[in-house]
Ligand binder design. Structure first.
Ligand SMILES: NC(=O)c1ccc[n+]([C@@H]2O[C@H](COP(=O)([O-])OP(=O)(O)OC[C@H]3O[C@@H](n4cnc5c(N)ncnc54)[C@H](OP(=O)(O)O)[C@@H]3O)[C@@H](O)[C@H]2O)c1
Length: 302
């Protein structure tokens, strides 16, 4: 049985659906089993036949983290340490989710797993602390760094922009940050694949080396161009009630936020694709799958 921690979150809930569709036995916990409390994690695991742990829980409010440092540290670094420590005691692999925000955005080409990290803000620093804690506590880990996530169950850029375009005459979107929008379903399928290969490994002898892997959709864009693509696809699907809304570009400095964002956070996915023998979809294909899915929550764009 797979244990999904943070199962009510945007990625966690997608992962529950993906495992359930693929008939993988799992159990999900969220705030009911507090990751900052080792004993509560340990008590929950007792008597259950857990074969792998996936940690999707985190403090993800990037701007709030700048003033909520202690809680961000607890959830993003101390919690993962507790989970990794327990995974080691239980003798099971830990799949832990991390972020492109561990990098400072100064690269100009897709960032490899081994490039030095240099987080810009509290969120990135505490997530980097979580990566370090996981590696210190257990050898059997997979740290999956992802970026620009959106999913059916959660506040995210796609819902926010469709809602904004439907209610305003114009929207301003930053055009000088590059990255890759990523559908949670892409990441959930990669996690599923790792779980499947690991569970069959005794029969197949196929191994996935432990380590850090970058997992996003393919391609790259800016928030501004992403918004234009959202507009085009939402319009095609009949989700735009105000086609006249104008999307204007702006610079990061015109849209100040408490936390600094990396200017370039395109991650190289060569390692995960070669290791698992998979091809990741482009961000445009994944956006189309999201917008055209029956699970797209129209209530979130009202
Ligand atoms: N969203 C992105 O764009 C993005 C980009 C890169 C990487 N990531 C990483 O991807 C992972 C999943 O992100 P997400 O957007 O799906 O996050 P999310 O929606 O914020 O989900 C996190 C879940 O953890 C729960 N949680 C909070 N405190 C907890 C505690 N003490 N014990 C147990 N659970 C607790 C949250 O509950 P509450 O909602 O009640 O607080 C929430 O259900 C995270 O590791 C994040 O850092 C996200």
């Amino acid at each position: 049985m797979v244990w999904i921690i943070g199962a009510n979150g945007m990625l966690g809930s997608q992962l529950c659906s993906t495992l359930s569709e693929n008939k993988i036995d799992f159990v999900g916990t969220d705030r009911n089993v507090d990751i900052t409390d080792f004993d509560s994690l340990k008590d929950f695991s007792g008597g259950k036949k857990i074969t792998a742990i996936v940690n999707c829980a985190a403090y993800t409010a990037v701007d709030n983290a700048e003033r909520d440092i202690e809680l961000a540290q607890k959830l993003n670094a101390d919690g993962p340490r507790n989970i990794a420590r327990l995974a080691k005691i239980m003798g099971v692999p830990l799949i832990h989710i991390s972020t492109d925000y561990v990098f400072d955005g100064s690269s100009t080409s897709p960032i490899g797993e081994d490039e030095p990290i240099k987080p810009l803000g509290v969120y990135g620093k505490t997530k980097a602390g979580g990566e370090k804690a996981v590696q210190e506590e257990t050898e059997d880990f997979y740290i999956l760094r992802t970026a620009w996530l959106y999913g059916f169950n959660g506040k995210n850029f796609v819902y926010t922009m469709i809602r904004a375009m439907n209610s305003r005459e114009s929207v301003k979107v930053v055009s000088d940050q590059r990255g890759t929008p990523t559908n949670c379903a892409t990441l959930a399928r990669v996690i599923l694949k790792i779980i499947q290969i690991r569970s069959e490994s005794q029969l197949t002898d196929r191994k996935i080396p432990n380590g850090i892997y970058h997992v996003t959709d393919e391609g790259e864009t800016t928030w501004f161009d992403f918004t234009n693509e959202i507009k085009k696809q939402a319009d095609k699907k009949g989700l735009l009630t105000n086609e006249k809304c104008v999307v204007n570009p702006c610079a990061t400095e015109d849209y100040p936020t408490p936390a600094k964002r990396p200017a370039y956070s395109v991650l190289s996915k060569k390692k995960i694709q070669q290791t698992l023998g998979i091809a990741l979809p482009t961000w445009e294909e994944s956006l189309s799958a999201f917008i055209n899915s029956p699970l797209f929550d129209k209530a979130r764009i009202q």
